[in-house]
Design a protein around this ligand. Structure first.
Ligand code: TXA
Ligand code: MG
Length: 315
């Protein structure tokens, strides 16, 4: 794949929006770091983010929108969010709020959590792109997993060239560290320190912030064993169907109740993972057997999630 470098002008924004609509990946500058964007409503587009970054887990992603009114389509709004957004948006603050049941977002964006991290970036290039696209853009930082976050288009090219459709070149990022993430329902809780100082938040709210707790489900969604577990028992690496089991297949297998990807495509399998687990969960409680998934590329993230789904349940 050739990675296009787009200029921050009307033609560049239109082209970037077109790529996003078609399910492609566009890196764009925000005031914090460059993001790797995809249409947050398209499972396959979001799955490709994890593939391009070579991320071994499906961490939940931040959704970027053009303005405050757009956020209300995706999250349940409250007074705290109203105050904080009035003071700090657009800017380097991400709010975690309850996900609306009619959000229409891919399960992969939230890693199937009932909450959503959302922000309105201030960078003019990001804003112009979000306006041209007119939809929710899921974007982690645009670096290969485990590498340093990019603050210039050349950093993105060095890390991801050939793996994504385009980079919008908007020069250097002003802030240079990721956004501050705040749990904004119940007590305001600092989930990640970042580009907006904690003191600024505390001053605006007239109160201290709760610290993140290790046991807090908001803090470490990926580590929660039970969250990903369907009601039924799950058996991995199944090469045959036993007794009452229902097979969640991968590749060319017979008698699958559902198949993550009949053609053995890991991007398609990742896009289908949470949806298929939900569907099997809703359809009954007989055990689920899962075909072996190759442990390469997105297969590692899929296996990470499946291992959690299959883990023994203490409670
Ligand atoms: O500045 C930023 O925030 C950049 C730019 C591109 O916007 N984005 C960014 O995304 O840093 P990422 O994927 O590298 O970090 C997202 C963080 C993760 O640590 C994730 O666990 C947390 O946000 N997160 C996302 N959704 C969450 C949720 N529902 N609850 C708690 N944490 C969440
Ligand atoms: Mg990152």
């Amino acid at each position: 794949m050739h990675t296009e470098i787009l200029s921050p002008d009307q033609r560049g924004y239109a082209q970037a929006a077109k790529i996003l609509q078609a399910g492609g990946l566009v890196s764009f500058p925000t005031e914090t770091v460059y993001g790797l964007g995809a249409d947050a409503r398209q499972d396959k587009a979001v799955a490709r983010i994890f593939e391009a970054k070579n991320r071994p887990t499906f961490n939940p992603l931040i959704v970027h929108v053009a303005d405050v009114s757009a956020t209300k389509r995706y999250v349940v709004w409250n007074d705290l969010a109203e105050r904080l957004s009035g003071t700090f948006w657009p800017g380097p603050l991400t709010l975690v709020l309850p996900l609306r049941s009619d959000s229409g977002l891919s399960h992969l964006v939230t890693a199937d959590l009932p909450t959503l991290a959302i922000r309105v970036p201030a960078n003019p290039v990001a804003r112009a792109l979000l306006k041209a696209f007119d939809g929710p853009v899921a974007a982690p930082s645009a670096n290969p997993s485990g590498k340093i976050s990019p603050t210039q288009a050349t950093h993105v090219i060095n890390g991801l060239s050939g793996r994504i459709e385009a980079v919008l070149d908007g020069g250097s990022c002003d802030v240079g560290v990721e956004s501050t993430i705040l749990g904004a329902f119940g007590k305001p809780t600092l989930l990640r320190p970042g580009g907006l100082p904690q003191e600024a938040l505390e001053q605006a709210l007239g109160q201290g912030l709760e610290a993140r707790q290790d046991a807090d489900p908001l803090t470490a969604p990926g580590q929660m064993l039970s969250h990903y577990a369907p009601g039924a028992a799950v058996r991995l690496n199944a090469t045959e169907i036993r007794n009452e089991e229902r097979l969640l297949g991968f590749g060319d297998v017979k008698n699958a109740a559902l198949n993550l990807s009949a053609s053995g495509d890991l991007v398609e399998a990742a896009a289908n993972l949470f949806g298929h687990l939900h569907a099997l969960d809703a359809a009954g409680d007989s055990p689920i057997a899962v075909s072996p998934i190759p442990n390469t590329g997105l297969g590692r993230a899929i296996n990470d999630r499946l291992k959690r789904a299959a883990a023994p349940r203490d409670i």
